[in-house]
Design a protein around this ligand. Structure first.
Ligand code: PA5
Length: 402
């Protein structure tokens, strides 16, 4: 279950008239969600079919049985969602087996050499994820890992150990699947990239990590059924603040396990809205750690920031004798007091609470943010589904390649 507070620490900056002025715009956008154009975003079958879900579960179990290291190769939307869910829901220290390595998101030779060295003698399965199949970083990483695997596994064994997630018909990876008979999943045409965490792109790595993907999808459905209004309200809140020159949004979390959730949010918002000289710049803060660094700026720096705070109501209980208080309550008390302090400065806050950190709530939260990102993009009058700006650097790098 999610709880939203878009009012308490925003009301100094947002009036009821501000909110009311969006009623007809939101009605129009919601109409689009019920038309051919956008209705697939409210239909869970768009993300994954029943057959794919069954395949994902059985292949994930098989992978868990045979490997020490599961290498997920992909960049941007191909890995950030699954990494966010896995980091949030698995132990930070006493790591589960198999170990999951996210690879092919940089081109730093030290990292590549280290990973190749590390997997020597270990049982490896790779899931290469790229919709286009041509992206530089994952393509270099896959070539290196695949060559290493070809040297130690037979072609029959490789069929169990190479899993490809790519476009249904086109690209070099689809070609490889046809030639080598590798198992494969499809990146749905209309739910690609940063919106793809609940498609096979995200679900296979998440299932390999031992996380219950049925529960995650129950959460997605809960948001479709119950939280669309809240997603609208969040998009409106952001848009009003943006129009009052609040150009930076901090995703502020109070649990380091949500670190990659904040990274995923930064990608989702920056790539979806940052175009045509528009959009809010997303940043993140992990509190209370960052109160001792970024906190100073949020309290007294330039008046251009607002916060979206993500809290967890019921974490582990841990009694602190010194303050006669449970640490969970203390952490949430700090969250509210910091919102109050920032509101006394110039930084308004919205708060979203999950009642617990679990599969369902994370499914609800991520689907909530994806729907709200679409609504927010339509309010900005940009296309929230493309990323034309990513092409420029690719073009220049390609000119440097032989
Ligand atoms: O959100 C997006 O569309 C991007 O971040 C892509 O996921 C990223 O560029 C990777 O693209 P591809 O899957 O084609 O390798």
């Amino acid at each position: 279950m999610l709880k939203f507070d878009f009012r308490t620490y925003n009301n100094k900056f947002i009036s009821d008239e501000n909110r009311d002025s969006y009623i007809s715009k939101i009605e129009k956008i919601n109409g689009r969600f019920h038309s051919e154009e956008l209705k697939h975003w409210l239909d869970i079958n768009t993300y994954v079919s029943k057959e794919e879900l069954n395949d994902i579960k059985s292949i994930a179990q098989e992978v868990r049985d045979i490997c020490d290291v599961f290498i997920v190769i992909g960049i941007g939307g191909s890995y950030m969602g699954s990494k966010a869910v896995i980091e949030a829901l698995t132990p930070t220290y006493n790591k589960r087996k198999p170990e999951i390595i996210f690879f092919g998101k940089n081109i730093n030779p030290n990292e590549y050499t280290e990973v190749l060295e590390y997997i020597k003698g270990k049982s490896v399965v790779v899931n290469v994820i790229s919709k286009s199949g041509t992206t530089l970083e994952p393509s270099i990483a896959f070539d290196l890992i695949y060559n290493d695997m070809k040297n130690r596994y037979s072609s029959e064994e490789l069929k169990k150990r190479v899993i490809v997630t790519t476009d249904a018909n086109t690209g070099t990876l689809r070609q490889l699947v046809k030639e080598e008979g590798f198992r494969s999943f499809v990146v749905p045409t209309i739910v690609g990239g940063r919106y793809s965490v609940f498609t096979p792109v995200g679900l296979l790595p998440i299932a390999v990590a031992g996380i219950n993907i049925d529960e995650l999808l129950i959460g997605v459905q809960n948001t479709i059924d119950n939280y669309l209004e809240n997603a609208n309200e969040y998009a409106v809140t952001r848009d009003i603040l943006y129009n009052k020159d609040k150009f930076i949004e901090s995703f502020t979390i109070y649990d380091e396990k949500l670190h990659y959730l904040a990274e995923w949010l930064k990608q989702l918002l920056a790539e979806s809205h940052g175009k045509e000289k528009k959009g809010i710049l997303p940043i993140s803060n992990i509190n209370t750690r960052d109160l001792h660094s970024m906190g100073q700026y949020l309290q007294e720096g330039k008046d251009i920031i607002f916060e979206t705070v993500i809290g967890v109501k019921n974490n582990q209980s841990l009694y602190i004798d010194k303050y006669k208080m449970d640490l969970n309550n203390l952490n949430n008390m700090a969250l509210e007091k910091v919102c109050m302090a920032h509101n006394n400065g110039y930084t308004p806050s919205s708060i979203i609470y999950m009642d617990k950190l679990n599969e369902q709530n994370l499914g609800e939260l991520m689907q909530f943010f994806m729907l709200s990102t679409i609504v927010g993009g339509l309010l900005l009058e940009i296309n929230p589904f493309d990323q034309p700006g990513v092409q420029e650097y690719k073009k220049l790098i390609n000119e440097g390649l032989n």
